[in-house]
Ligand binder design. Structure first.
Ligand code: CTP
Ligand code: ZN
Length: 164
């Protein structure tokens, strides 16, 4: 059985109020939850689909959270761990906002340079890390100060403590 939204063979109900984060790269669903600050033992009803079929990106993860709308400041960090994601805000069963995330061209703060001798790693210098995006797929950022590259895997590890 193939349902139109790609949740093949899995019966996952529509939500009433909340957020559906769709088209998440496979294996990143829990990273997205971590970024949203959603605790697995908290009050929200959560559906996590891992490695389901997608018409758009082959396979994907999906996260549905009842009763939570994302904060604007979470969007860039979601984009950094799930660059293909679409955020759907649902009210009264209808998608009222649909927004594809976009990894920012430039990131200030948030990430840390991998080079221990980089000026941004010297506490006394008080230099805020700055990165520019040099590749979208896979996601790669470059430190403005020392030129070191930060890979997608390193970004996910930094932002979620390695939950994948
Ligand atoms: N969804 C949900 N509950 C709702 C409405 C939508 O769980 N009340 C989910 C759908 O199952 C889908 C996602 O939210 O996974 C986006 O819904 P919709 O925009 O209707 O689907 P598509 O048009 O397939 O989305 P896209 O074009 O972004 O792939
Ligand atoms: Zn650096």
């Amino acid at each position: 059985m193939r349902s139109p939204d790609g949740e093949e063979g899995l019966v996952v109900r529509k939500i009433r109020h909340g957020t559906v984060i769709d088209h998440i790269p496979v294996g990143r669903a829990l990273s997205v939850l971590r970024i949203l600050g959603v605790s697995l033992t908290g009050p929200h009803r959560i559906a996590v689909l891992i490695n389901v079929e997608s018409r758009k990106i082959g396979r994907k993860d999906i996260v549905k959270i009842e009763g939570l709308e994302p904060r604007l400041e979470d969007l860039d960090r979601i984009a950094l761990v799930a660059p293909t994601a679409t955020i759907n805000v649902v009210r009264d069963y209808r998608v009222v906002v649909k927004r594809k995330v976009e990894p920012p061209r430039e990131v200030r703060g948030i990430l840390r340079c991998v080079n221990p001798t980089c000026i941004t790693r010297q506490e006394r210098e008080h230099v805020t890390p700055r990165f520019v995006r040099v590749s979208l797929e896979p996601l790669v950022y470059q430190c403005v100060y020392c030129g070191s590259l930060l890979t997608e895997k390193e970004i996910v590890e930094q932002l979620t403590g390695g939950v994948g």
